[in-house]
Design a protein around this ligand. Structure first.
Ligand code: MSP
Length: 498
């Protein structure tokens, strides 16, 4: 099966912050997990470089939009390995191949009769690059997301006949109750459609920094249409040897933040239908990371720099924290205190200690060789969790999947306490019992480590290497799939005290 997961493409008007790292890490966990299951995976991220937010930021910085885009796109690109993100391609909407493909698809939308020239008048937020209507307009004509005054726009441009897709979108939502998740977001999108869809601007006349409209050289495409198309265009040129579109389209999952739901759940499928392209399979909408109750955002000046966190604690710790402490799909506060307590209590004490003390006991009591003996069957049901984990990841319930794994980590720690191998070791007559306990804990550790691999790629690799059983194949995430008899290496503390 092929599996295609995407993140939103990030505006290059500012440096990356933790909110951007969040979606990217989540997508990475899904991609890694699916690769472990042997699926053919494509994982895309990238930067959204055209349009007003970037043009205005460049003007403020006294550079050209291209210069700003080049330097900030590089910062996003460089962040990926820092976060241990394994994207297959990084798209920039300034790529010439993307630009050409956008023109091709939108020319088709035009030729299919879904485009007309009209006069746009209304409120516009340059930060959202969004034309606001009704409930989207805050008090005194401000943007409810950015809190800045909206601008009154009045210009002639080309319109997309979104209203023609009222019925097709209603049908799509009816037919596919899992098109948008969580359910509350599905309902929100559906309510927007039920209000009645109005046509939207497809192009902008005043702006130069964008993809030129092939049938009207005075205009560029409205940045959202150019940006949404990245998910589709990337497949055509990511691999210079072949076009991946047939293999991976329609996308399995677009992960998005809740602020960009309208574009992805309404404009995007309508545009694709207008171009006779199949809509994606699922959108999964996550919440906001909050600092003191407010969305972490550049405009509010309350951003956390992911580099700093990674430098002190490592990327694994950040990945764990974000997906464990903030329930994926809901808003959640982030704080240094909560981060440090998860790091110490869970990573260092629960998982880290389980690994180091288990390995140390094999060295101490069995000269570093895992006994070849039966497993303790009492652990079986607690560790038979691979399917429960994969079902949750299939539904993008990344916090739920991690929780299932963490229960098993805790169960193993309790097992060690109950069995007290250090006491059993004093009694030569109980040697078989000690063999079984040690072998069972090592096997349990291996199972949770394979399952945690998508979340903690670096730490788990070290553990599996020390266990001399490096396979991360999902089929090996079963209690009993590992071998006794392996000779263990040494393991330095996984999550040292800071
Ligand atoms: N460029 C558009 C997306 C185009 S996709 C075709 C955009 N870019 S963005 O850089 O402003 O935001 C990208 C993503 O980061 C969004 O999904 C947004 O929700 C997410 N986040 C930005 N700040 C965030 C938090 N504080 N918390 C969680 N995610 C947040 O929108």
């Amino acid at each position: 099966m092929s599996y295609y997961v995407t993140t939103p493409i990030y505006y290059v008007n500012a440096a990356p912050h933790l909110g951007h790292a969040y979606t990217t890490i989540a997508a990475d966990v899904m991609a890694r997990h699916m690769r472990q299951r042997g699926e053919e995976v494509f994982f895309l991220t990238g930067t959204d470089e055209h349009g007003e937010p970037v043009a205005q930021a460049a003007e403020r910085a006294g550079v050209t939009p291209r210069e700003l885009a080049d330097s900030n796109a590089q910062r996003f690109k460089d962040l990926m390995p820092v976060l241990e993100v394994s994207n297959d391609f990084f798209i920039r909407t300034s790529d010439v191949q993307h630009v050409q493909r956008v023109q091709d698809v939108l020319q088709r939308v035009h030729d299919n009769g879904f485009v007309y020239k009209g006069l746009y008048e209304g409120w516009y937020c340059p930060r959202c690059a969004d034309f606001k209507t009704g409930a989207e307009i805050g008090p005194d004509n401000t943007c409810p997301i950015h809190g800045i005054p909206l601008e009154w726009e009045h210009e002639e441009n080309w319109f997309f006949r979104l209203s023609d897709f009222q019925q097709p979108l209603e049908d799509l939502f009816e037919r596919r109750p899992d098109f948008v998740a969580p359910r509350a977001r599905y309902n929100e999108a559906k309510a927007f459609i039920d209000q009645g869809l109005q046509d939207v601007s497809l192009t902008r006349a005043k702006l130069r920094w964008g993809v030129p409209v092939p049938w009207d050289d005075g205009q560029v495409f409205y940045v959202w249409f150019d940006a949404l198309l990245n998910y589709y265009t990337a497949l055509s040129y990511a691999d210079s040897a072949c076009d991946l579109t047939d293999t991976f389209w329609p996308a399995t999952y677009h992960l998005i933040g809740k602020d960009i739901l309208k574009f992805h759940s309404i404009y995007w499928p309508a545009l694709l239908m207008a171009a006779q392209i199949e809509p994606p399979q699922h959108l999964y909408v996550h919440g906001f990371l909050l600092q003191e109750g407010q969305k972490m955002s550049k405009s509010l000046g309350n951003v956390i720099d992911p580099h700093q966190v990674v430098e002190t604690y490592g990327a694994d710790a950040l990945r764990h924290y974000l997906l464990r402490d903030v329930s994926f799909g809901q808003d959640g506060s982030v704080s240094t205190t909560a981060f440090e307590s998860r790091y110490e209590a869970e990573l260092a004490n629960e998982y880290g200690n389980l690994a180091s003390r288990t390995i140390a006991m094999i060295h101490r009591y069995r000269d570093g060789v895992v006994p070849r003996t039966d497993l303790d069957e009492r652990l079986h049901s607690d560790l038979d969790i691979a399917q429960a984990v994969s079902e949750r990841v299939d539904n993008a319930d990344l916090t739920g999947a991690l929780d299932v794994i963490w229960h098993a980590v805790r169960r193993l720690n309790r097992y060690v306490e109950e069995q007290a191998p250090w006491q059993v070791a004093r009694d030569e007559a109980r040697s078989d019992e000690l063999d079984r306990t040690l072998r069972s804990v090592i096997e349990g550790l291996r199972v949770v480590t394979v399952l945690l691999h998508a979340y903690l790629p670096a730490a788990t690799e070290r553990v599996l290497t020390a266990l001399d059983q490096p396979s991360t194949d999902y089929a090996h995430a079963a209690y009993g799939a590992g071998d006794g008899g392996s000779r263990l290496g040494q393991l330095e503390p996984l999550f040292p005290k800071r």
